[in-house]
Write a protein that binds this ligand. Structure first.
Ligand code: ATP
Ligand code: MG
Length: 124
């Protein structure tokens, strides 16, 4: 299993979410973050303290999938996330040792996304 972590522009998220949902990957988390890339943060001194400015708001996506699905996730992020301008973001892929669905206690890569026939209509 792998966790795909991506820092993207907010505008890219809805298309990514919709495509992943359609492809059978409904499960992900997002966080609003601030970051800097190669342009770096610019530091200024204010009343004796150094403060970083030019931190840009980004969305962080976390999506855990089986190894075979990683390229589907990254291709979808690349498809919708690339404008060609600096600041499009970055994708990282991390190893994941285990996944456990709390409701049932079942474990393994099958619990990461919904590939099965089970229909869940509310609550999640
Ligand atoms: N090495 C990193 N570790 C953690 N977060 C990162 C890293 N690199 C980029 N990010 C996150 O991704 C966001 C966007 O990065 P950005 O696209 O500017 O990368 P870049 O390397 O400068 O590429 P570009 O030249 O396209 O701007 C950053 O604001 C930060 O939130
Ligand atoms: Mg940059």
């Amino acid at each position: 299993m792998k966790m795909v972590v991506a820092y993207i522009r907010h505008e890219a998220f809805e298309s990514i979410r919709q495509d992943l949902l359609d492809a059978g990957y409904p499960s992900l988390s997002i966080t609003e973050v601030k970051g800097s890339g190669r342009q770096k943060g610019i530091t200024e001194h204010y009343r004796g303290s150094e403060i970083a400015i030019h931190l840009r708001p980004k969305l962080k996506i976390e999506c855990v999938v089986d190894d075979a699905s990683v390229s589907t996730i990254t291709d979808t992020i690349l498809k919708h996330g690339r404008t060609g301008s600096v600041g499009d973001g970055k994708i990282f892929i991390l190893p994941v040792e285990e996944a456990i669905r709390i409701r049932t206690g079942e474990a393994g890569e099958e619990v990461t996304q919904s590939h099965g026939s089970e229909e869940i209509t509310a609550g999640g």
